[in-house]
Design a binder for this molecule. Structure first.
Ligand code: HEM
Length: 428
């Protein structure tokens, strides 16, 4: 049994809840009994705001959406997005020439939102912005997505939905941000359909946009493809699921490198040897073992999805403990990643624990991308984006903590570092 107990009863305001700990109970909820759960109360609200994409749907609808999403996130297509990611990383290091001091939390959010939006809407060989529609989408996402993300968590916890309808400045701003993103998604779908940019006309090595691959996908089991309405909901889902998680991981990575200059120099030596000043390609990303270990350890130490929710749709038992239908179940991923049974000195940041990890010891104890039918569809995308960005930054700058700055984890929907003030020293 896990030190805290496998299942710990809690209350979330008026709602009955329980915290689930340890690899076996998590496996039971996420895999063996997955069909007995939905995503829980936060997603009830979310569905009304962003639609019913792959992150919120369940059952047969979810399985079909996953099949239709798969090609856009397969290895070959993700390799095709690396050129777009590298352009975004190059742009951000160029912008920093004017700004010797940055908030890495904010900058990595800007980078993640820009890169995910561009990969979604622009083919690799488009000029940045192309005909301007991709750039307009980036502007809309940068202006509106932070407002949506900020409001979603708060709204999910508000007991009275009616409060969200009151015409307060905050609610009006939130409604405008939501409407702006929905209109942008509709415009991009209409634009792709009218240009008939389809994966059928291009090979993955040409780097088609993620949306063009989604629109061209055919369900290999039931036939048919994605409707425009469904593609709309998937655009919103990818924006919500991919940006904060990737931005947080990147900001934490810069934070740990800024606090350990020896480690940072070693990462800089590795990137200099592989890239020699060029922008990274997909092939380069498999030749950065130290950088990869640092990111693996960041994902263990500061898992963005530190806790995930589920809700049983019927009475269930978890590790033998009866849990009534409707209980909010909180799955403790943070605890798994800091369990001394799997990680000696779990609160020490040590990338070298990934040099030769014991697969038996960490089995079920390392789940930054989740587990089971809802596990992250964007894992390969996230790795490519993070390695492309970290290696580009390490080729151009040494990052140091701004004097007197203190960085503290902020545990909300994701575990992120909030403000990360850094001083940049250009490499000559
Ligand atoms: C370091 C970055 C990331 C982390 C740690 C992460 C983690 C996760 C986790 C734990 C889940 C499972 C949620 C659950 O079971 O309730 C998930 C789902 C998902 N992620 Fe990621 N993610 C990351 C980046 C991305 C990116 C870059 C994309 C897309 C570009 C993406 C798209 C999605 C989608 C669409 C889902 C829903 C899948 C489903 O429900 O079938 N993620 N992610």
């Amino acid at each position: 049994m896990y030190p805290l107990g496998d299942v710990v009863a809690l209350r979330l305001g008026p709602k009955p809840a329980c915290l689930v700990n340890g690899p076996e109970p998590l496996r039971q909820v996420l895999i063996s009994d997955a069909a007995r759960y939905d995503k829980g109360f936060q997603f009830d609200q979310l569905r009304g705001l962003i639609g019913d994409g792959v992150g919120t749907s369940g059952g047969a609808k979810h399985r079909r959406q996953r099949r239709l999403m798969r090609p856009a996130f397969d290895h070959e297509h993700v390799e095709g997005y690396v050129a777009v990611m590298a352009r975004c990383a190059a742009q951000i290091v160029a912008d920093w020439r004017q700004a010797p001091r940055i908030d890495a939390g904010r900058e990595m959010r800007r980078l993640a939102m820009t890169a995910i939006t561009r990969a979604m809407f622009e083919a690799a060989d488009d000029e940045p912005g192309g005909d301007g529609s991709g750039s307009a989408a980036v502007d809309e996402v940068l202006a509106s997505l932070p407002i949506l993300l900020g409001g979603v968590g708060r709204r999910a916890l508000l007991p009275l939905a009616v409060l969200n309808k009151a015409p307060t400045p905050g609610n009006l701003r939130f409604d405008r941000a939501c409407a702006g993103l929905h209109a942008m998604a509709d415009r991009m779908i209409a634009d792709h359909r009218s240009r008939q940019v389809s994966a059928a006309h291009r090979t993955a090595s040409d780097g088609p946009s993620l949306l063009s691959t989604l629109l061209a996908a055919v369900d290999d089991e039931e036939g048919g493809g994605m409707t425009d309405a469904q593609a709309h909901d998937e655009i919103m889902t990818v924006l919500l699921a991919g940006t904060e998680t990737s931005a947080g991981t990147l900001a934490w990575t810069l934070h740990v490198l800024s606090r350990d200059l020896d480690l940072q120099r070693a990462v800089q030596r590795e990137t200099a040897a592989v890239l020699a000043g060029r922008t990274p390609t997909a092939a380069d990303l498999s030749t950065l073992p130290l950088t990869r270990r640092v990111v693996s350890e960041v994902l263990r130490y500061y898992p963005p999805s530190w806790i995930l929710g589920r809700r049983p749709i019927q009475d269930v038992q978890i590790a033998g403990v009866p849990v009534p239908a409707g209980t909010q179940v909180l799955l403790n991923f943070y605890g798994l990643h800091h369990d001394p049974a799997a990680y000696p000195e779990p609160d020490r940041f040590d990338p070298d624990r990934w040099l030769d990890p014991d697969p038996e010891a960490i089995r079920g104890h390392y789940l930054p991308f989740g587990l089971g039918p809802h596990a992250c569809v964007g894992e390969g995308f996230a790795w490519s984006l993070i390695l492309t960005t970290v290696s580009t930054i390490a080729s151009h700058y040494t990052v140091k903590p701004a004097p007197g700055s203190v960085v503290k984890p902020v545990a909300r929907t994701t575990l992120h570092p909030g403000v990360v003030p850094l001083v940049l020293e250009p490499l000559t």
